[in-house]
Design a protein around this ligand. Structure first.
Ligand SMILES: Cc1cc2nc3c(=O)[nH]c(=O)nc-3n(C[C@H](O)[C@H](O)[C@H](O)COP(=O)(O)OP(=O)(O)OC[C@H]3O[C@@H](n4cnc5c(N)ncnc54)[C@H](O)[C@@H]3O)c2cc1C
Length: 496
């Protein structure tokens, strides 16, 4: 039974005479540890009707590009295999014309018991769920499979990680006690086949079912794959990343490697650009190929943890609460506290990607310094092409362009310098969103807006006042280079 705080529905009741249950998958793109899938299975079992899963990839969003398409289609190949032997109908669907997916979604709601859809607090998946609830012809239920804390549960907002940690210390064990099913497909009854119903839903709106060969070709990320994508009206300049393939299988492999090889040193190595000390899981987390519940479960099992190890008081301290080792404590703080701080904020603040949502103290201090002379001023194109005077910054930007990722510590520096080198803070904020969301595999995520707006003071406090930044925290490439070895990093990306 799913926690009621994880679901929100339109006003149409369940149709007990309906012919099928459809799960429209947009952000929790996985077959395990998925509250949305659990709920769809419950509904289909109860009504004894076919369960149809449509994993949809739309093209009518601002940052649609070859990089995102390839990663998602690679995930579809995994899902097809993982769903293959289950008594359900899985359809990976790639939109080929703008607006087509919306018509198809509505077609699937006709005659359905219910539609389950992913509830995500930002960007395209959020808009799709809202539209589905407004226009669907059946009961449409948005299910929150985003993290450990249900988005709707906290009855208050959090302005710092510290205040959220205090809340977590008091409540997180209760949330961890209600995980989604690790292997939900085992709970499926032997339901009737939904293939004919699915085909009819496509035919009714004259939308072709995406040929598997297309998905397979794109997933190969070869020249043929790029050729196949060239027919779609998306950004082809942002190319796929050969070394980072999408899908739940790769996500789980990366998780195991991280836990076995790097977790114990995470607290030390995480900030060193040359050490590859973090999990690297953000792209798979972003597309829902892996759940943070699964990650936390694996970390806690590795620590042989049980709730008796928790050490009171529940006072919001960063370390020493879980009773795990230092590496695990530091990692849990990122993957739960920092990740979910942003998810909850985005849920509570629909216009979270607007400069105006910064805290008043931050806007005021930035405003007071908006006329200060900037040490360097670059155009957007110079920044996007990594053409500044600063080799470390350029290397970070080139890593973003070529690998779809920037090391976390450098990501902070990267953002701070855009604030320093742009004509005014609002422009800097818009440019950072453009750079990050266009090129980052993990972009367009609540974490994107946590990270970018942290650059401008959200979830942070005031520091010493200085030019341009005012009281906003300041960072320099020189001090980063003193703290960490960066020569190899710069060399690696200089010519990319
Ligand atoms: C300017 C800027 C932009 C950013 N843009 C993004 C983005 O587009 N997408 C994104 O996922 N993260 C973003 N971050 C946050 C952070 O840099 C990445 O989450 C992290 O580097 C991902 O690497 P990892 O998976 O190896 O993290 P790990 O250190 O292994 O952490 C595990 C997970 O915890 C979460 N996490 C870690 N650090 C943070 C953080 N500071 N804030 C929120 N969640 C965190 C992520 O989900 C991450 O995958 C941004 C940070 C900054 C300063």
């Amino acid at each position: 039974m799913i926690d009621v705080e994880r679901i929100v529905a339109n006003s149409i009741p369940l149709n007990s005479e309906g012919s099928h249950v459809v799960y429209w998958m947009t952000s929790a793109r996985r077959s395990r540890w998925n509250h949305g899938l659990d709920h769809a299975i419950d509904l289909a079992n109860e009504a004894n009707v076919p369960l149809i899963i449509v994993e949809s990839l739309a093209l009518g969003h601002r940052w649609a590009n070859d990089r995102i398409h390839t990663f998602v289609l690679q995930g579809m190949i995994d899902n097809r295999k993982l769903f293959e032997s289950a008594p359900l109908t899985y359809i990976p669907y790639v939109e080929t014309k703008q607006g087509q997916a919306a018509g198809l979604l509505r077609s699937f709601t006709k005659g359905a018991v219910a539609m389950v859809i992913d509830d995500y607090p930002t960007y395209m998946p959020r808009d799709v769920a809202v539209r589905a609830m407004e226009t669907g012809d059946c009961c449409v239920i948005a299910v929150d499979s985003n993290g450990i804390v249900p988005l709707r549960t906290p009855q208050r907002s959090f302005t710092t990680a510290y205040s959220f940690r205090r809340y977590l210390h008091k409540n997180v064990l209760g949330f961890l006690a209600k995980p989604p099913m690790a292997e939900p497909l085992k709970a499926l009854n032997d339901l009737p086949d939904g293939k004919a119903i699915a085909e009819e839903a496509f035919a009714r709106v004259n939308v072709p079912i995406t040929p598997y060969e297309f998905i397979w070709r794109v997933a190969e990320a070869s020249r043929e794959g790029r050729d196949a994508l060239s027919y779609l009206d998306i950004d082809h300049e942002v190319s796929p990343i050969d070394s980072t393939t999408g899908g739940s299988v790769r996500a789980r492999t990366e998780l195991s490697k991280f836990i076995e090889q790097r977790l114990d040193h995470y607290h030390v190595d995480r900030n060193h650009p040359e050490r590859h000390g973090s999990s690297g899981l953000s792209p798979w987390l972003h597309f829902g190929h892996i759940s943070s519940f699964e990650i936390v479960d694996a970390v806690l099992k590795h620590q042989k943890w049980n709730p008796m190890k928790v050490t009171p008081p529940h006072n919001g301290r960063r370390e020493g609460w879980w009773g795990a080792n230092e590496g695990a404590e530091a990692f849990l703080d990122q993957v739960i506290t920092w990740r979910e701080l942003g998810f909850i904020y985005c849920h509570q603040t629909p216009n979270h990607a607007k400069y105006e949502t910064l805290p008043d103290w931050a806007k005021q201090t930035l405003n007071e310094h908006s006329e200060d002379e900037r040490p360097y001023l670059y155009t957007f194109e110079e920044l996007e092409n990594g053409q500044t005077h600063d080799p470390l910054w350029n290397a970070a930007q080139m890593q973003l362009r070529t690998e779809g990722f920037i090391h976390n510590y450098l990501r902070m520096l990267w953002g701070k310098k855009v604030l320093e080198w742009s004509s005014d803070p609002k422009t800097a904020c818009e440019w950072l969103i453009r750079l990050n969301d266009r090129w980052a595999l993990d972009g367009r995520d609540p974490n994107s807006y946590t990270g970018i707006f942290w650059i401008f003071g959200r979830f942070d406090r005031g520091w010493f006042e200085r030019a341009v930044f005012g009281k906003i925290r300041y960072m320099t490439s020189a001090s980063t280079q003193r703290k960490f070895k960066t020569e190899d990093y710069i060399r690696k990306y200089a010519d990319s």
